[in-house]
Design a binder for this molecule. Structure first.
Ligand code: GRF
Length: 195
């Protein structure tokens, strides 16, 4: 039986697509059992629909309070029973019950070389802007295990890219994203081999 990946996304889903493509090309031996999103109308949903991957839209707007949101997230994940959960641009804090239930099996990709440029407020373009403002000569991406400490779980892999003086935050984002798309499927394969 193939190992299963459950993906969480909140945006365009280009990392989600890189996982789909790696499976299609045979580079990643796994199956995607679902996509959990917290927003409607995002690119990731369209990408899932094209492949017939089940989409679960779970947001606090649909539930009475945070606790019922957390319970629904947990129940959905337990039912899907994935081998690994891959956060791919998911912009919502993961409920602690979920982190505990899937301890060591939730991975996240962060668009910088953690521990640099991580933590509160460090997401999306904010990260790349901060890198340019700090005049860093290199940046990259990090895949880490999700723990209750935001952006602080054990690092599994990093890929570096140069930052040039003339770069805009958008230039840096593009260069980093290209590496993200290679790194995530590779790390997922290694992770699945190890469990
Ligand atoms: C990526 O840069 C990822 O590192 C971060 O959010 C972004 C998601 O991009 N966590 P996409 O939706 O996969 O295109």
């Amino acid at each position: 039986m193939k190992k299963t990946i459950l993906v969480f996304a909140s945006g365009s889903g280009s990392n989600f697509q890189s996982i789909i493509d790696a499976i299609d090309s045979g580079a990643l031996d796994a199956q995607i059992c679902g996509l959990i999103v917290n927003k409607e109308g995002i690119g990731a949903i369209e990408r899932a629909q094209k492949k017939g991957i089940p989409v679960f839209h779970i947001s606090e707007k649909q539930t009475a309070d945070y606790s019922s949101f957390a319970q629904l997230m947990l129940a959905t994940c337990l039912k899907l029973d994935p081998d690994v959960i891959a956060l791919a641009g998911y912009m919502r804090k993961i409920p602690v019950q979920l982190i505990q239930a899937f301890e060591g099996r939730i991975l996240n990709i962060h668009p910088a070389l953690l521990p640099k440029f991580g933590g509160k407020g460090m997401y999306g373009m904010n990260v790349h802007r901060a890198v340019v403002e700090a005049k860093e000569s290199e940046t990259g991406c990090t895949i880490h295990v999700v723990t209750e400490e935001f952006d602080e779980g054990p690092i599994l892999a990093q890929a570096k890219v140069p930052v040039y003086e003339t770069d805009s935050a958008e230039d840096v984002q593009k260069r980093v994203l290209t590496e993200e798309h290679k790194l995530y499927p590779n790390v997922l394969q290694q992770f699945l081999n190890s469990i």
